[in-house]
Design a protein around this ligand. Structure first.
Ligand SMILES: [Zn+2]
Length: 253
């Protein structure tokens, strides 16, 4: 068996455990609660959740999504976040190998999962993720990532700059959180990936907005952050493929 798959399984397990922590962050950070204490407890009976009832994914399935103590149902989203983070970690390993850049991208994916769900729930992207994220992006671009300083700088300028101008031009459109998120993505991913992210996010946003209008009779009430996260993840894993498709469309042979 290809050893890469064994490593991928290993990092899936680590990723799902990180996802379990992200569930805590997603729930507590916007409410201003500590993400470390108290430990996980049932929202209904307030009983602490024992460690063997808190195994990512497995516990949710074994307990059928219910509290082991009182039987109150937990949202399937908890398991979804664990599954998604596990899959993203495994994908980073398989796509980039067992090396520094892959670890950086795993951390980036974890931050993006948190941004996705916090923005979806609360229409905000916390500074506590994007400001340290920008600092981390700069350091990683300098020392770890296969990205020239010029590319990271242009990525930052494009991401931060375009969204800043959009916010000025269309008041109430873009939030400050979106601007900082795009600056952070530019530092981690570089110019091309930032442009792909903006293009894909606008495209997916327009399609989902249209579907919402046609089938639900109203505009979508989804903030822009989740679309940016989806676009950024697509750009991270499929930058070359997306550019190839684009070139084939604009320059058919
Ligand atoms: Zn309970």
């Amino acid at each position: 068996m290809n050893p890469a798959y064994i490593w991928a399984a290993y990092f899936f397990a680590i990723g799902s455990a990180i996802g379990s922590f992200l569930n805590v962050v997603i729930y507590r950070q916007p409410r201003g609660e500590s993400v470390v204490s108290p430990g996980s407890h049932c929202y209904a009976c307030k009983q602490p959740i024992r460690w063997y009832h808190n195994i990512p994914i497995a516990s949710y399935l074994i307990l059928r999504g219910k509290c082991a103590n009182c039987g109150a149902p937990f949202s399937p989203r908890y398991m979804l976040v664990e599954l998604l983070t596990g899959l993203l970690f495994a994908a980073c390993l398989l796509r980039f190998g067992l090396n520094g850049p892959a670890f950086v991208y795993m951390l980036l994916c974890a931050a993006l999962v948190a941004v996705f769900f916090i923005d979806l729930d609360h229409f905000l992207i916390p500074d506590v993720i994007t400001l340290p994220g920008m600092a981390a992006g700069l350091i990683c671009a300098l020392f770890v990532l296969p990205l020239s300083m010029m590319d990271a700088t242009l990525g930052f300028a494009a991401g931060f700059g375009i969204f800043f101008l959009l916010a000025v031009a269309v008041p109430g459109g873009m939030g400050g959180g979106d601007i900082k998120l795009m600056g952070m993505l530019g530092l981690f991913l570089g110019l091309k990936a930032v442009l792909i992210t903006i293009f894909l996010a606008s495209f997916i946003g327009a399609v989902i907005g249209l579907i919402g209008k046609l089938f639900l009779g109203k505009g979508s009430k989804i903030p822009f952050g989740p679309y940016l996260v989806a676009g950024a993840l697509a750009a991270l894993f499929f930058e070359r493929e997306i550019i190839d498709i684009y070139l084939r469309l604009v320059m058919p042979r």
